[in-house]
Ligand binder design. Sequence first.
Ligand SMILES: *Cc1c(COP(=O)(O)O)cnc(C)c1O
Length: 421
Amino acid sequence: MTLKERDKKHLWHPLTQHKLHPETIAITSAKGCELIDENGTIYIDAIASWYTCMYGHCNDYIINRVSAQMKSLDQVVFSGFTHEPAIKLSEELIKILPKNQNKIFFSDNGSTSVEVGIKMALQYHFNQGNKKDTLIAFEDGFHGDTFGSMSVSGLSVYNGPFEDFFLNVKRIPTPNGFNHNEILELLKTIVENHAVAGFVYEPLVQGAAAMKMHSSQGLNELLQFFKTHGIVTIADEVMTGFGKTGTFFASDQIHTKPDIICLSKALTAGLVPMAITTCTQAIYDVFYSDDISKGFFHGHTYSANPIACSAALAGIELLQSEAMRNNIKRISDSHIKFNDRIKNHPKVKSTRQMGIIYALDLNNEMERYGNLRDQLFDFFMERGVFLRPLGNTIYIQAPYVITDQQLAKVYATIEDALETF
Ligand SMILES: *Cc1c(COP(=O)(O)O)cnc(C)c1O
């Protein structure tokens, strides 16, 4: 029996209606930018397996560091204990984070990093005797699949069974450079009528909304509004973090810095799951008290797992290396040239880019998980390129180590698709 056949017996895959999509592809190995399936077919991983393995799959530098760590300390409770991988990671991360960040809290995945951010914001007010019960978030944002993060996500097409249990969330449009005055008016009405605890947002690029990009200046105006109203700002950089937008973090490109930042995905270079929620000293100070109940009673069993910390440390070292910085520049420049070539194609409705993130919308209307979208996905896979269209949006977010030849193949395959669809 093939792996594909054996898979069907016991496995239940995420985000999948198994009756409509019974087929999976069994991957047996990966290296650099390539995934290899059980038949030996090679695919270029042009979305870095959901933006995680930005330094390439099975990167030797990271593997060596992780295996050394595995031999000395594998796991220890992080409540009451500490260890050097976590300490060193906090030191290195603080060096590259926006300057106002000073404390690091660990969890396991992107959703929990947002969950932690929301709980910190709610308790920040609670500890000061203020009960605030409303959050603000962007329309079409995506923040994860646990209850808090689902509640703030605007993209909730398939969340019907859970909506009655969501937190109170008010939605605002993203700033497009022209509408921030209208948004500010809307915000004034919201804060007059609700006790707002926090604002959760994906800075500059909304990943799951199909790499939708918004104005940094417009966002800055909104962040200033929140600051003056004592509303905690929570930047979800789970997707945008670690170099993808051309800076270490998307928040580096916005004047007003968030109070809280959520990190995961590329944090551990794609090797193991882990997440971090960072915050300012001012947030932390509100939890620091003689009163035990003012502490932050949230914790996951594998918090700050030493192996995951060592993967993150090795990843951050690579990110800061000259080679990786050159790679990021090389990919961004090459996207610009590709864009010049195709932006006026009759099938292309619009294009956008930030750093190594590139997206184009096709003129064809497609449902997010519809038939035409599936045909487009199959078209790419049959040609050895793993791209995962979001409705009629094709986006590239390849590992920084993608070669020029591999990138050329990704572009050529997209151009073929423009002629076919
Ligand atoms: C992927 C993602 C999440 C959720 O992360 P998981 O690890 O899948 O739980 C949250 N926010 C953003 C912006 C993401 O891209």
